[in-house]
Design a binder for this molecule. Structure first.
Ligand code: OAD
Length: 247
């Protein structure tokens, strides 16, 4: 999609919007070389989430879980933000209110320069002690010790949300507040099937926001989107930015 092929209605909306939210999923990082979960080469095609991304898996075999997370940290350490991440960081500067809600744990939005980021599924570089809830950052790849331990002797775990766990209620509230008052919502690179984020677009819809979905494939969100732009976010988002000199 090129800037001159963006429908007039959408370019007007992009110019007039004031309170903007973007929800992102694994697809935004695909062009940075980070695997998605459910695509053709998605992680859940080769790995079982039950063995690697649940509290029970960690209890049963923390070393196996950590090896998998360490492997993913290695992939992500090599990844750089792509044009889609950079366009969203630029939008944060241009719009008076801009909130980015990401399901990704790769930290690439912050690397791209986004500041107001709600990492609703956590962050792969952050770990927490299983005994004291103490949070710290592990930058080393590979980890010197697997599974890693806290100075208190307890195991540490990735500070990410696993299947069967609740999301941080404060982050949910903060997201809901932004969604309930936004006039424009971007839904980028998510299959739209993992709750509670899958229900977030409906909150914005209810309050009358214009919803732009960006994804090469249709998703359950497409049904409520005002417009579905089919393609890669690293190509479409920079084009949207070009039309978007705010009035
Ligand atoms: P998925 O892997 O389920 O979906 C990725 C989406 O990105 C798909 O709809 C693709 O069509 C789309 N996509 C692929 N390449 C793209 C590109 N270049 N530009 C735009 N879109 C592209 O990932 P998520 O929806 O993020 O949770 O998955 C949600 C959650 O499920 C993840 O956060 C993770 C996972 O299990 C936990 O681990 C808790």
């Amino acid at each position: 999609m090129e800037a001159n092929s963006i429908p007039t209605e959408l370019s007007e909306i992009l110019k007039k919007a004031r309170r903007v939210v973007a929800i992102t999923g694994a697809g935004i990082s695909a062009e940075s070389g980070v695997p998605t979960f459910r695509g053709k080469d998605g992680l859940w095609k080769s790995f079982r989430a039950e063995d690697l991304a649940t509290p029970w898996a960690f209890e049963r075999d923390p070393a196996l879980v950590w090896k998998w997370y360490d492997w993913r940290r290695g992939l992500i350490a090599k990844a750089r933000p792509n044009a889609g991440h950079l366009a969203l960081a630029e939008m944060e500067k241009r719009y008076p209110e801009f909130t980015l809600i990401t399901q990704n744990v790769d930290g690439l939005h912050r690397k791209a320069g986004s500041h107001k980021v709600i990492e609703i599924h956590g962050n792969l570089w952050r770990v927490r002690c299983t005994a004291e809830e103490k949070i710290f950052y592990l930058e080393d790849v590979p980890l010197p010790e697997i599974p890693p331990h806290c100075s208190c002797g307890a195991l540490v775990r990735p500070d990410v949300v696993w299947f069967g766990e609740s999301l941080n209620p404060m982050l949910i509230q903060e997201s809901q507040r932004a969604l309930a008052t936004c006039d424009l919502l971007f839904v980028v690179g998510t299959s739209g099937i993992v709750q509670p984020v899958a229900s977030f677009p409906a909150i914005a819809k209810q309050s009358g926001a214009y919803i732009v979905e960006i994804n090469p494939e249709p998703t359950p969100i497409s049904a409520i989107a005002s417009i579905s732009l089919k393609g890669k976010s690293g190509e479409i988002l920079p084009e949207l930015l070009k039309t978007q000199s705010i009035q």
